[in-house]
Design a protein around this ligand. Structure first.
Ligand SMILES: Nc1nc2c(ncn2[C@@H]2O[C@H](COP(=O)(O)OP(=O)(O)OP(=O)(O)O)[C@@H](O)[C@H]2O)c(=O)[nH]1
Ligand SMILES: [Mg+2]
Length: 280
């Protein structure tokens, strides 16, 4: 059978569930997810092979920072547009639970300029009745040229198979970009650093995870398939060090234990995690 590919960007407001969807499709946690905003910062590619077809999903940073012009936002924006540019087709993901029509139209107006096929995906369908979406779908349909509409729940794994069945219809003849056993463009060290960022995001105020840099400096498989991991947390402001350490080191202890548990679940090995805080 001839090999085929399709590159798909997953775009949408922060918290719409883009990373949750990509993880469900790939079947492994390759992109961190969190209820705080702007969790995803880099474009992460997830690969799903179905028979002779390779689907490449680009997880992009949330798209609702358009009016802010800080440096960090500029990087997020660049990464978002890079994901869109690279793809053949755009999945625009909406949190069905919190739809803001004027924001949505503003976004669709910007995205349609790239002249790519757009699927609109109503996610979190577990939280709302589908019926409520019908008038919204017809309103969007009257205004924009949308290729297809889907409703699904990334978290509860509802409707994902149907979406994949539709997507493979758009694949075109080409050599595969990733080998059969590769599921992402990111290596284990990147994913480990992201898991620590996700843990810190869960425990601390959002400005902290955005003001630190995490490097996984050591990753070694020991005997009995145990893994030793060392991670360095670089902090650009001294006051954050105190917060991350917590009273008598209780916060960093909690972060380390929780992150170790998460890594164990994903890598299915016994993990020895060491964290080091470094002020720059
Ligand atoms: N109830 C429900 N919650 C969901 C669903 N999909 C995602 N979530 C939750 O929504 C929150 C945000 O999910 P993410 O996957 O991090 O969202 P994102 O779009 O990647 O967000 P950014 O990276 O910040 O742009 C998490 O708490 C998820 O558990 C769903 O289908 N149903
Ligand atoms: Mg994300």
């Amino acid at each position: 059978m001839k090999s085929k590919i399709l590159k798909i960007s997953i775009v949408g407001r922060t918290n719409a569930g883009k990373s949750t969807l990509i993880n469900k499709i790939v079947g492994e946690k390759i992109s961190i997810q969190n209820k705080k905003i702007n969790t995803t910062q880099e474009t992460i590619i997830g690969v799903k092979n179905i028979k002779n077809i390779q689907l490449l999903f680009y997880d992009t940073p949330g798209s609702n920072f358009i009016k802010n012009s800080s440096n960090q936002v500029k990087i997020l924006k660049k990464n978002l547009w890079h994901g869109i540019d690279e793809s053949d087709l755009i999945l625009y993901l909406i949190d069905s639970h919190t739809i803001n029509m004027s924001f949505l139209y503003d976004q669709l107006g910007k995205i349609k300029e790239v002249k790519k096929k757009i699927f609109i995906i109503f996610n979190k369908i577990d939280l709302i009745s589908k019926k409520k979406l019908l008038p919204i779908i017809s309103e969007i349909n009257n205004k924009y040229k949308i290729e297809s509409f889907f409703t699904l729940s990334a978290k509860k794994n509802i409707g994902i198979e149907e979406l994949l069945t539709e997507l493979i219809q758009y694949a075109y003849s080409s050599k595969w970009i990733y080998s059969e056993d590769e599921i992402t463009n990111k290596d284990d060290k990147f994913i480990l650093s992201e898991l620590l960022r996700e843990t810190i995001l869960t425990y601390l105020h959002k400005e902290i995870p955005y003001n630190i840099n995490i490097v996984t400096s050591h990753y070694k498989i020991l005997k009995h398939s145990e893994v030793k991991i060392k991670q360095k947390i670089y902090i650009n402001e001294k006051r954050y060090k105190k917060i991350i350490l917590g009273k008598n080191g209780t916060m960093i202890k909690k972060i380390r234990e929780n992150c170790q548990k998460k890594i164990k679940k994903i890598f299915r090995k016994k993990i020895h995690l060491y964290l080091e805080l470094i002020s720059q």
